[in-house]
Ligand binder design. Structure first.
Ligand SMILES: Nc1ncnc2c1ncn2[C@@H]1O[C@H](COP(=O)(O)OP(=O)(O)OP(=O)(O)O)[C@@H](O)[C@H]1O
Length: 299
């Protein structure tokens, strides 16, 4: 049975639907990415799935428990790292974990094992407030997995963390998933999306794409050309107005020019006198398009 199997989740605040008919399946041991623009309803979905918020409509199961009737059982088996994870700055790493262990009535070994498991033992006496962003995230992760949850919900866990620390954090997540933990992670970083087994893209409350990264890219049906130009800025301005050109994104001195109609795109580039070659469509190109499309649908 899947770790998450929910259908038709809907939630409105003050008469405005912020989650609209979202269905989601996440297999056990899977790292599922949850992506979408700010305010698109990711956190609200996560809160409904872990029993913190009651949906207006929709139902389903998380870890085999009904999200409406068995919220307590779900909460016990879920680790939830919120966007603004809080800990006591003037307590050490170990003291912070001991506090959390107390909340869950866990034995002292739980703290020791968690410190060791996440490579925190040598830093256990360091004050949490003095840790760098990466180590703070590691402490937050430690606090969330100490009670050995079966499902880990991570809400933008690495915002503001440097690339090396982010990579190490993700190595950790993959290690936990390999041991059977299911992970649902919301992120705005494309490289993190690419590290998920499958991704789910939500915009304006609706789930509009899901699958593996290659599947999501392929389903968008976009063609991308790489264009080099002496004056990329000028060319970009012209191309943005050309028929068939849907996106123009400068990357250094190269432009990534994207559209759904390959022939129209080639025509536009030829007419603009651009020198171009085929490129790979990125996940970011796809998301920008999906975002634009769903905004049009809302209008
Ligand atoms: N308790 C609440 N009361 C009223 N409005 C809320 C509440 N919680 C969330 N919202 C609104 O619902 C919408 C969706 O918010 P949510 O936090 O789920 O989005 P998100 O996709 O997680 O965004 P972000 O990427 O910025 O974290 C937002 O417009 C938000 O202001």
């Amino acid at each position: 049975m899947n770790a998450i199997e929910v259908t038709g989740l809907t939630k409105a605040f003050h008469g405005r639907k912020v989650v609209d008919d979202v269905s989601l399946s996440v297999a056990r041991g899977e790292i599922a990415g949850f992506l979408g623009p700010n305010g698109s309803g990711k956190t609200t979905c996560i809160r409904m799935m872990c029993g913190l918020l009651t949906p207006d409509a929709g139902d389903g199961q998380v870890l085999g428990h009904d999200i409406r009737r068995e919220a307590r059982a779900i909460k016990r088996q879920v680790g939830y790292m919120t966007q603004k994870f809080s800990y006591y700055e003037d307590l050490t790493i170990e003291e912070n974990l001991a506090f959390v262990a107390g909340l869950y009535a866990l034995p002292a070994e739980a703290v020791r094992d968690t410190l060791a498991g996440l490579g925190l033992t040598s830093r256990r006496s360091q004050l949490a407030g003095s840790l760098s962003g990466g180590w703070k995230q590691r402490l937050a992760l430690a606090a969330c997995i100490m009670h050995k949850p079966k499902l880990l919900l991570l809400d933008e866990p690495t915002a503001g963390v440097d690339p090396k620390a982010r990579r190490e954090f993700w190595d950790e997540i993959h290690g936990l998933a390999a041991d059977g933990l299911t992970v649902l992670v919301s992120t705005h970083y494309m490289d993190e999306a690419e590290r998920c087994h499958r991704i789910n893209y939500i915009a304006y409350g609706r789930l509009i794409a899901h699958g593996t990264v290659p599947e999501v890219i392929a389903s968008a049906g976009l063609t991308t050309f790489l264009v080099t130009a002496d004056r990329p800025g000028e060319l970009a301005a012209r191309l943005r107005k050309a028929p068939g050109v849907e996106q123009v994104a400068p990357f250094g001195t190269t432009l990534h020019v994207t559209g759904t109609d390959r022939a129209a795109l080639e025509r536009a580039l030829t007419e603009a006198g651009a020198s171009f070659q085929p490129g790979e469509t990125s996940l970011e190109d796809v998301f920008i398009r999906l975002m634009g499309q769903s905004r049009d649908n809302m209008a």
